[in-house]
Design a binder for this molecule. Structure first.
Ligand SMILES: Cc1cc2nc3c(=O)[nH]c(=O)nc-3n(C[C@H](O)[C@H](O)[C@H](O)COP(=O)(O)OP(=O)(O)OC[C@H]3O[C@@H](n4cnc5c(N)ncnc54)[C@H](O)[C@@H]3O)c2cc1C
Length: 431
């Protein structure tokens, strides 16, 4: 998006990427339907960025959900708003959109074509020559390429290296120490929208602490979805989350949309206290009195699981979770059992590794950047996308903020290189 702004303004733009082709994580996002943005009102939309709401709002105010949809239309594709207000391309695929976008970048109707250099891995060297005459190159960068090291000179540099998840698609977060050595304040990358490992059955007793489910739950139910449950969590700072949805039980813990929605708070609670306990209501449509009555109903010769299956429609996965958490005595105490069905504590020990997460928290601190996302201490160097220090839940907010920050930084870089006049309506018309 930054390249698009710069090319439209008339700059000579070269994109260098370590991977063999462009937009691999964008394509990966397409496997889940490519949730581009969210159609809720802007005032609600920006609250999803938590403590970075006001900074992200300043990027998104000029490139909001409606603008993103118009941009997709400009590329010859359509979008639709799903039942949850999430916005997708009509075919829910990333490849056609990426193809059309790359084609337009390479062959723009206005402005300069963008040149792509794939398999060019920047390894952090960025020299700034402050003494060159005004029209001479200002920065020297080095890339590793299959043909050997390449040196490139540029008047401005846009860093959009992504976060640290799914490194196989290119974003490995290796830039963190490099940018620190250039004097930037980088908050360590951490998993966001991630799964968690649960505290093992004996973990609460300290010395015997393990992570992961019992071998029974893990071998029988890893990969099974838990649908229509309410997940509640209150952290030690008093923030409360409670939402109905679904997630998946993994071999060592939990992951999925409902978990991602509260993952930032869970991660931070674990950072503070070494663990975080959430509660599940497995029967949110039942009153506590009804659950008590059904559990206490005489069960005759039936096993506990067939009794709970017939009275409350509890599944084998529900039963396995109850077995995981309750002692034998509590399991056979109708009162304790009924309480647990609607308030089942699940203690989490750690987030899954960053590489498995949907996105990263942390990154280049916004305080080091001006309002155009230019590094204050390195005029001419801009930063955009997930490598900036913000985070948001899934729902289209990630791509929205990446696109909007890229657009803002691209316009800033164009202004830096070519002056305000280059940003006229005519030049940016096709966008
Ligand atoms: C499985 C999955 C599904 C997702 N689904 C969605 C979704 O539906 N909706 C949504 O909003 N978001 C989604 N996201 C998140 C979204 O894809 C990212 O937030 C977004 O792509 C980040 O864009 P970016 O341009 O900042 O970084 P990236 O897309 O990661 O691009 C960074 C680029 O920099 C290159 N690079 C990195 N280091 C170097 C180097 N040293 N030298 C040269 N090149 C380098 C990489 O090769 C890469 O091409 C998903 C993420 C994942 C993992």
């Amino acid at each position: 998006m930054a390249a698009e702004m710069l090319s439209a303004a008339g700059a000579n733009v070269h994109v260098y990427d370590a991977m063999p082709s462009a937009g691999r994580k964008f394509l990966l996002a397409g496997l889940g339907g490519l949730n581009l943005t969210h159609a809720e009102p802007f005032e609600t939309f920006i609250t999803r960025f938590g403590s970075r709401s006001s900074a992200c709002a300043s990027w998104l105010k000029d490139f909001d959900a409606a603008a993103i949809r118009a941009w997709v239309t400009g590329l010859g594709l359509d979008t639709f708003v799903g039942s949850s207000q999430r916005v997708f391309p009509t075919d829910m695929k990333a490849a056609p959109l990426l193809r059309a976008w790359l084609h337009r970048l390479r062959h723009p109707k206005h402005g300069q074509p963008v040149t792509f250099h794939m398999r060019h891995r920047w390894h952090g060297a960025l020299q700034r020559d402050a003494n060159t005459p005004h029209d001479a190159p200002t920065f020297t960068l080095q890339f590793d390429t299959p043909q050997g090291p390449q040196t490139v000179q540029a008047d401005a540099v846009m860093l959009a290296l992504g976060g640290g998840s799914w490194s196989k698609v290119g974003s490995d977060g290796a830039w963190q120490p490099w940018l620190r050595s250039l004097g930037l304040d980088v908050s360590p990358l951490r998993p966001s929208n991630c799964g968690f490992d649960v505290q093992g059955p004996h973990g609460a007793n300290g010395a015997m602490g393990t992570t992961g489910w019992s071998s029974h739950l893990s071998s029988q139910f890893a990969g099974a979805p838990l649908k229509s449950v309410v997940l509640s969590f209150t952290d030690s700072l008093g923030h409360s989350f409670s939402r109905r949805g679904e997630f998946v039980v993994t071999s060592t813990g939990i992951e999925g949309s409902l978990v991602y929605a509260v993952s930032a708070w869970l991660r931070e609670e674990i950072e503070r206290h070494g663990r975080a306990t959430l509660f599940l209501n497995l029967k949110p449509d039942f009153t506590p009195e009804r659950v008590q009555a059904e559990v206490a109903h005489p069960r005759g010769a039936r096993s506990l699981s067939s009794h709970l299956k017939s009275r409350l429609n509890l599944t084998p996965l529900h039963m396995a979770l109850l077995h995981e958490v309750l002692s034998k005595e509590d399991l056979h105490d109708p009162f304790q059992l009924a309480v647990a069905i609607q308030h089942l504590p699940i203690t989490l020990a750690s987030p899954r590794p960053l590489d498995e997460a949907i996105s990263s928290a942390g990154g280049v601190r916004l305080e080091d950047l001006n309002t155009d996302l230019m590094v204050k201490s390195l005029p001419g160097v801009f930063v955009a996308g997930e490598m900036l220090d913000w985070e948001a839940p899934t729902g289209g907010y990630l791509l929205s903020a990446c696109l909007a920050s890229g657009r803002l930084a691209g316009l800033g870089a164009a202004r830096h290189l070519l002056g305000e006049a280059a940003l006229g309506e005519t030049v940016l018309g096709p966008l």
